[in-house]
Design a binder for this molecule. Sequence first.
Ligand SMILES: Nc1ncnc2c1ncn2[C@@H]1O[C@H](COP(=O)(O)OP(=O)(O)OP(=O)(O)O)[C@@H](O)[C@H]1O
Ligand code: SF4
Ligand SMILES: [Mg+2]
Length: 345
Amino acid sequence: MPASQPPEPTTARTHTLRVDGLGVTVGQQRRAAVHGVTFEIARGESVGLVGESGSGKTLTCRSVLGLLPAGCNVAAGSIVLGAGDSEVELTTVRRRGWDRIRGLRLAAVFQDPASYLNPSLTVGHQLAEQLRVKRDLSRREAHARSVELFVEVGLHRPEQVFHQYPHELSGGMLQRVLIAIAVALEPELLIADEATTALDVVIQAEILQLLSRLRRDHHLSLLLVTHDLAVVAETCDRILVMYGGEIVESGPTGEVLTDPKHPYTRALLSVASIGDWTRRTLDVIPGSPPEAGEQMSGCRFAPRCSAAREQCTAGPVDLTPLDAARSARCVRVDELALTSVGGVA
Ligand SMILES: Nc1ncnc2c1ncn2[C@@H]1O[C@H](COP(=O)(O)OP(=O)(O)OP(=O)(O)O)[C@@H](O)[C@H]1O
Ligand code: SF4
Ligand SMILES: [Mg+2]
């Protein structure tokens, strides 16, 4: 941009997603499973969402997608997709409104690609049909674009794959098909929830490289859910660490992984040493996380935190900015900054 032009306002323009105070309840008793989750994803940014099983990662993603399971509800907060004229508050979108958002502006890939494809239709038909209906392409154009997309996601012999049924393809190929379907309509945000977890290490690495390349080429924002810190280290600009339905730490991936501020993140990193992240999962800290609906006073990590003191359970603990890029939810964060990582876990 020429120096004489004023900088564009950065407020809404740069954001693809803004989640503010999201609360999700589950079951008939409306047990709180996600509490006050707040984060943003900038245009073209990749954000990793990590946390133990049951920490609320999938409920957070599904809230954004408007795909919460039956019995689960958004109980609080706001989820804004896009910026400026294209801004839309997703918590107010109802049934038909999602037709103009899902696939077109938001897309997702999950752990089990086969369950998201129709077993009785060829994978090519499923992709081409989406292009025909949502992009108004002719049959011939949709076929040609589908084959191009299959090439782009690294499927060999794309013409042959086009005519195959889901059961004829391997897990890695199915995930590539699903990714092709997800990016076909050029969405702003792609959510990948454990999309590579079921794949072997080599295919997992290839799929992650593919997601990174597509993000670059299509200016996609990416929300990547994983248990694997190595995956985040390789793929994500920023990391959000979830615990017990809350975000407990956020910041640039490199900074958080080399200099974690929250005792939970520190404990994770002390048990999964830096040289040994590959294939490590987060389910390694003694004790178990709180259940959905469990009432707790103060810090939800306190029962498992060796740095816990009386002040930690005296009242609500907020996610507090540490600097322009980082935040942590811990009342002792300043004191603990002086201790070594191993001294906390
Ligand atoms: N359909 C549901 N009905 C009732 N409770 C649910 C439902 N889905 C999730 N929960 C509860 O909400 C909490 C958060 O679940 P969520 O699936 O978001 O966790 P997660 O972080 O994605 O875990 P994982 O790493 O195992 O995928 C858990 O306590 C879970 O038991
Ligand atoms: S607030 Fe207290 S219990 Fe919670 S993480 Fe910080 S030191 Fe541990
Ligand atoms: Mg999950």
